[in-house]
Design a binder for this molecule. Structure first.
Ligand SMILES: Cc1cc2nc3c(=O)[nH]c(=O)nc-3n(C[C@H](O)[C@H](O)[C@H](O)COP(=O)(O)OP(=O)(O)OC[C@H]3O[C@@H](n4cnc5c(N)ncnc54)[C@H](O)[C@@H]3O)c2cc1C
Ligand SMILES: *[C@@H]1O[C@H](CO)[C@@H](O)[C@H](O)[C@H]1NC(C)=O
Ligand SMILES: *[C@@H]1O[C@H](CO)[C@@H](O)[C@H](O)[C@H]1NC(C)=O
Ligand SMILES: *[C@@H]1O[C@H](CO)[C@@H](O)[C@H](O)[C@H]1NC(C)=O
Ligand SMILES: *[C@@H]1O[C@H](CO)[C@@H](O)[C@H](O)[C@H]1NC(C)=O
Ligand SMILES: *[C@@H]1O[C@H](CO)[C@@H](O)[C@H](O)[C@H]1NC(C)=O
Length: 545
């Protein structure tokens, strides 16, 4: 199929185009209709490879055409219902409970000629862990929901975390083992470590400790031959690539070994809000000059948003974690950011694990078991994009975005995460995540709308593209960098899964800067047949230089 679509693109004569298009549709129908055959061969292959497999299949395999639980399985972890009607669903879902079943699923998919998609937490912004854009590439999904144990070792301050675990489960387990350890990763507890760590992963301790991928000291990766490799056997290059360079292009991550970090017994948080009337524009403008230079124990992010439909003002939330006590925080703020007017009553002291709950939107005294909930209340269609800011944006620039936010008739926001601190000390090439020194902060543009108004999707997507266009003069250039974990297919995609290096560079260099070339090099050696591929996987180089 890839072959034909290539001709289709090159075809000059209309007649030839029509003929090929007709052929394409015909084959699409065949490949979709023929799915039962694929399912049967897959099941047969699995039971040949895994002893006792038939006994467990009912619990571990969900077939699109016949399983009653299939829709539930598929919907259970997908965070963005923008694609509910999409026909590009997996033929079947395998939910292994043992690594041997993952190995078998890889080998069987290869044997039968279907693609795989791997889902850990299901938070991919473009749904790439559970959908594929073209029906012409039938695929199966490996769902790691049952592969999620976590082993904490306090004597060497590390943890082995299986890929299907969530951030919330990791934070919870750490807090049960120790009051003075934590982990620097994202703020949303339902995010999976499988995707998150392999694309970077940052949260409220990014200025103190860097990103999640910076803490990875070992990993188990299953390669295209079904072999389980660790740091040593996969080699230095592959171990470099999977830490932020899209592990999904290289294999299936079974588990990560990460370094834990020390946290104080007591931390302090605040969340203060200011509106346009209260001078939020000046405050955000000022914040840009100090947020990346503050003491690295202090992290202040901003969420600047409208208040939904018919919004009359912009609300800026200054959301902060300080790795220390209240008095100290107040004096740092008084010295560095007195304009905010932070008061003692705005500051709440608590344990680190309570701050995790708090920053995730719960109350300090809610049970920490809430962190274990994999179902968020948060599911609604959304679209996001990202930028990195290297020079403060002038007030007039900010005012222009506010106007756009006020014109959008659904909840829309800019989330601004400050860097600096530890991020400045790590080189751009240490791991594939390249956004280090020189970046003041990351912006995520985000718009969400009602699931019952799915027909309005295009309007909101158009809106966010317009904002992105507007921001061009204010953000990083050549490349205009983007964060891989905020995946954005507007940047470009491997439509047929077999795009050339130069075509893929359009988005690849935005995400990985000069590390992209090295990633492609490693990919070409490690998975030369391009088995592990998706719409934004690392491409194969035609000739290894
Ligand atoms: C509500 C929400 C909040 C977020 N908050 C933050 C945040 O605070 N900070 C931040 O940095 N990011 C954040 N993100 C982005 C998040 O880091 C990415 O979406 C991340 O890729 C999600 O990982 P996952 O395992 O949940 O997703 P999945 O959809 O399961 O996977 C994402 C990608 O990784 C691949 N993959 C998954 N598991 C494996 C595996 N075991 N082996 C190989 N490939 C695999 C998938 O195929 C897919 O391509 C947030 C996302 C959402 C939806
Ligand atoms: C999705 O499917 C449902 C049920 O089949 C239908 O009511 C709805 O209009 C569809 N939405 C879109 C955007 O096609
Ligand atoms: C924990 O780490 C120590 C030090 O590296 C090691 O000796 C010990 O075996 C580990 N414990 C477990 C349960 O793996
Ligand atoms: C804030 O700083 C001013 C002058 O820099 C000082 O007079 C005042 O006492 C400080 N307040 C607090 C609460 O630290
Ligand atoms: C998990 O969160 C969802 C959404 O907020 C909620 O409906 C559900 O009851 C929660 N489950 C538990 C066990 O708390
Ligand atoms: C991908 O494209 C390259 C060069 O364009 C070609 O040599 C290769 O056979 C293609 N692979 C597949 C799987 O189609």
């Amino acid at each position: 199929m890839v072959h034909h679509s290539k001709h289709l693109k090159l075809g000059k004569k209309h007649k030839e185009m029509d003929y090929l298009a007709g052929f394409l549709i015909l084959s699409l129908t065949i490949s979709c209709a023929a799915s039962t055959l694929v399912e049967n061969s897959f099941m047969k292959c699995m039971s040949n490879r895994v002893s006792d497999y038939s006994k467990s299949t009912e619990k571990t395999v969900f077939i699109k055409s016949s399983s009653l639980l299939y829709p539930k399985m598929l919907a259970s972890l997908e965070q963005n219902p923008r694609w509910l009607n999409s026909s590009s669903k997996p033929l079947l879902i395998v939910a292994p409970s043992h690594e041997s079943e993952i190995q078998a699923a890889i080998l069987c998919s290869k044997e039968i000629g279907v693609h795989i998609r791997v889902r850990s937490g299901g938070h991919d912004y473009e749904g790439l862990s559970y959908k594929s854009y073209l029906c012409k590439t039938p695929f199966i999904m490996i769902d790691l929901i049952n592969i999620r144990s976590i082993d904490i070792n306090l004597s060497d301050e590390t943890a082995w975390v299986q890929a299907g675990a969530t951030l919330g489960e990791l934070y919870y387990k750490i807090s049960k083992a120790s009051k003075v350890h934590g982990f620097p990763a994202g703020v949303c507890p339902s995010v999976g470590v499988g995707g998150h760590f392999s694309g970077g992963g940052f949260g409220a301790m990014v200025r103190k400790h860097g990103i999640a991928a910076d803490q990875i000291v070992d990993a188990y990766l299953i390669d295209v031959n079904g072999k389980i490799l660790d740091k040593k056997s996969m080699g230095e290059d592959v171990f470099w690539a999977i830490r932020g360079g899209s592990a999904t292009s290289f294999g299936v991550i079974l588990a990560w070994k990460v370094r834990l970090v020390r946290v104080p017994h007591i931390v302090t948080v605040f969340n203060v809000q200011r509106t346009l009337e209260q001078g939020v524009t000046k405050l955000i403008h000022r914040w840009q000059y100090i947020a990346d230079k503050l003491h690295e124990d202090l992290f202040i992010r901003i969420v600047a948003q409208n208040t939904g439909a018919n919004s009359k003002t912009i609300q800026g939330q200054f959301n902060s974690l300080f790795l220390g006590q209240k008095d100290n925080l107040i004096s740092i703020m008084n010295e560095s950011f007195p304009e905010l007017g932070l008061q003692a009553k705005d500051c709440i002291e608590m344990s680190w694990i309570q701050s995790v709950l708090y920053l995730a939107g719960y109350n300090k005294d809610d049970p920490i078991e809430l962190l274990l909930n994999r179902t968020t209340s948060y599911k609604s269609p959304f679209k996001a994009k990202s930028d990195f800011v290297q020079e403060p944006i002038p007030e007039t620039g900010l005012e222009g975005v506010w106007k756009m936010l006020l014109n959008e008739d659904t909840l829309a926001m800019l989330i601004m995460d400050p860097f600096g601190g530890k991020m400045n000390e790590i080189s751009e090439t240490e791991i594939p995540f390249p956004h280090r020194k020189g970046n003041l902060y990351n912006i995520q543009y985000f718009v969400k709308w009602d699931e019952n108004k799915i027909e309005e999707s295009n309007k909101h997507i158009k809106w966010i593209r317009m904002v992105y266009q507007y921001m061009t003069p204010y953000v990083s250039k050549s490349p205009r960098a983007s964060y891989y974990n905020y995946r954005d297919l507007d940047l470009g995609s491997n439509k047929n899964g077999n795009t050339s290096y130069s075509e893929a560079s359009v988005w690849g260099i935005n995400y990985f800067k000069r590390n992209f070339r090295r990633l492609a090099h490693i990919k070409t050696k490690f998975d030369p047949q391009n088995f592990f591929r998706n719409e934004q996987s690392i491409p194969i180089l035609n000739f290894l230089p």
